[in-house]
Design a binder for this molecule. Structure first.
Ligand code: AMP
Length: 203
């Protein structure tokens, strides 16, 4: 990836997204744009390994732009209809838990595109771990066609009602374009790396 000094460029981004394409064509357009932008910037894409829905749109676009795409799929979902067969690397794991752990381990940051329970489960697991201080990897929503507006409103309500601190609410960033999204992720990634280096030097 171009631009970031001192070896702090994002190398690998994990994308959570629907196994369906959704009702509006803008969702697949956003998935394709994100895949292409990541590939063109040399950022590896880590995702659930499927070839259906937005997952397939993301992976196909990244591969068409010469990207490195790693799928992490549980054995049970690795049927010919569901698994992508042209990825740079397909890691087959034995459970959904193992999948989430490996996707997180392989990535510097997390992005959610529109999706259903699977996407929301993956998003909230990584944000819960960030809230507990288990990792410092940035997390952002790519808000295609305003899909995440009701979720953002729900999170704001959780703050108003005293269930979520403003500091933890801010762990989920949001952007409307892949370029803006990558800008947010890069800034936060660099800050986290600098903090780790400072802690290392102090200790
Ligand atoms: P959903 O949002 O419910 O469609 O689920 C999508 C998310 O769950 C993706 O980010 C995947 O990691 C995972 N997932 C759900 N269905 C599949 C599938 N058929 N193949 C691969 N991964 C899937």
């Amino acid at each position: 990836m171009s631009g970031a000094p001192g070896g702090t460029a994002l190398q690998s981004v994990c994308v959570f997204c629907g196994s369906s394409v959704g009702r509006h064509p803008e969702y697949a357009v956003a998935a394709r744009r994100l895949g292409a932008v990541l590939a063109l910037r040399g950022v590896r894409v880590v995702y659930g390994g499927g070839r259906v829905g937005l997952m397939g749109a993301l992976a196909d676009a990244a591969l068409e732009s010469g990207g490195n795409v790693v799928g992490v799929i549980p054995e049970a979902l690795r049927t010919s209809e569901l698994a992508h067969d042209r990825l740079s690397d397909l890691r087959v794991v034995s459970s959904m838990h193992e999948r989430k752990a490996l996707m997180a381990e392989l990535s510097d940051a997390f992005v959610a595109l529109p999706g259903g329970y699977g996407t929301l489960d993956e998003l909230f697991e990584v944000v819960t771990c960030a809230q507990l201080g288990i990792h410092r990897k940035p997390i952002a929503l790519l808000d295609a066609a305003g899909y995440f507006e009701p979720l953002a409103a729900m999170l704001d309500r959780a703050v108003e009602e005293g269930f979520l601190s403003p500091e933890h609410r801010a762990l989920i960033m949001c952007a409307n374009t892949p370029e803006a999204l990558l800008g947010c992720l890069q800034t936060h990634h660099q800050a986290a790396v600098a903090e780790r280096q400072a802690a290392g030097e102090a200790g």
